[in-house]
Design a protein around this ligand. Structure first.
Ligand SMILES: NC(=O)c1ccc[n+]([C@@H]2O[C@H](COP(=O)([O-])OP(=O)(O)OC[C@H]3O[C@@H](n4cnc5c(N)ncnc54)[C@H](OP(=O)(O)O)[C@@H]3O)[C@@H](O)[C@H]2O)c1
Length: 241
């Protein structure tokens, strides 16, 4: 295999940083390529870092730069996700809370950014070598699991991500049979994203980023292209759509 590499997008995420560490420990031969809004790589293990504002143009540009590296990419893992933002927008509890600006920001970050990366990286990852592409989804994106309601935009943007990957799996089964798609639910993990919502989570159900990174790494290592997308939790248990 020439220049084996893995790509980690949204690399400043707390789970992503732990994931990079685990990946380097488990695959000493791979080069870790990271992408983030941040100018510097969040992890010392990053061999090559790209800063990106996630506009369509910049995603395409970074995608081309990665293509030119001529690496054999074993996995792409996309961590980007927003639940609450710097403008104090919080998940909706009732219909009156629905806000177009907040909702569109979540659809952009949670649904479209992962899809634009899949599009931009396709020329690099399609080929003979198996490549596992994972996007961080969430169980709350499951339509059949929605018994509590609320969180309109976050739930819907993750459900839309799930549908995007489902359609992509159908297409890739014809066009790029070497690619395996995964939608991963990490469980409630102690990161800035879940911080305001941890009060009622029992200690044993609040995972560390390190635990989740280990689980995700072992799921990726066991996955093989099979023409389908897997929607799984940290135990590799399937989630109903
Ligand atoms: N923590 C949980 O309990 C939990 C549960 C279910 C699902 N998830 C999912 O897990 C993933 C990782 O989240 P985390 O818990 O590790 O949270 P985190 O530490 O807050 O990471 C946030 C992630 O979202 C990206 N991001 C933040 N604002 C953005 C923006 N304006 N535009 C584009 N990207 C932006 C960051 O990318 P940069 O590197 O570019 O900053 C980073 O990858 C998310 O997709 C989240 O929905 C988390």
């Amino acid at each position: 295999m020439t220049n084996p590499a893995i790509i980690v997008i949204g690399a400043s995420s707390a789970i992503a940083r732990a994931f990079v560490k685990t990946q380097v420990e488990q695959n000493s031969d791979v080069r870790v390529i990271t992408v983030s809004r941040q100018a510097k790589a969040a992890s010392k293990a990053s061999a090559l870092h790209f800063q990106c504002d996630y506009s369509e143009a910049q995603i395409q540009k970074v995608g081309r730069q990665i293509f030119e590296l001529d690496c054999t990419v074993k996995s792409v893992t996309i961590f980007n996700g927003l639940l609450h933002d710097e403008f104090d927008k919080f998940p909706e509890k009732k219909l009156e809370d629905v806000d177009l600006g907040y909702s569109m920001a979540l659809f952009n970050i949670n649904t479209m950014i992962p899809m634009l990366w899949l599009q931009a990286l396709l020329p690099t990852i399609k080929g003979k070598q198996s490549c596992v592409v994972t996007a961080l989804s969430a169980r709350v994106g499951s339509i059949s699991d929605n018994r509590m309601g609320g969180w309109y935009s976050y739930r819907s943007s993750k459900a839309a991500l799930n549908m995007m990957f489902k359609s992509a799996a159908v297409e890739l089964a014809r066009r790029a049979k070497n690619i395996k798609l995964i939608l991963f639910h990490p469980g409630t993990t102690d990161t800035p994203l879940s911080k305001p919502f941890q009060a009622n989570v029992p200690d044993e159900k609040l995972f560390t980023p390190e635990f989740v990174a280990d689980q995700l790494s072992s799921i990726i290592a066991k996955s093989h292209p099979d023409g389908t997308v897997s929607y799984v939790d940290w135990q590799n248990k399937s989630i109903e759509w």
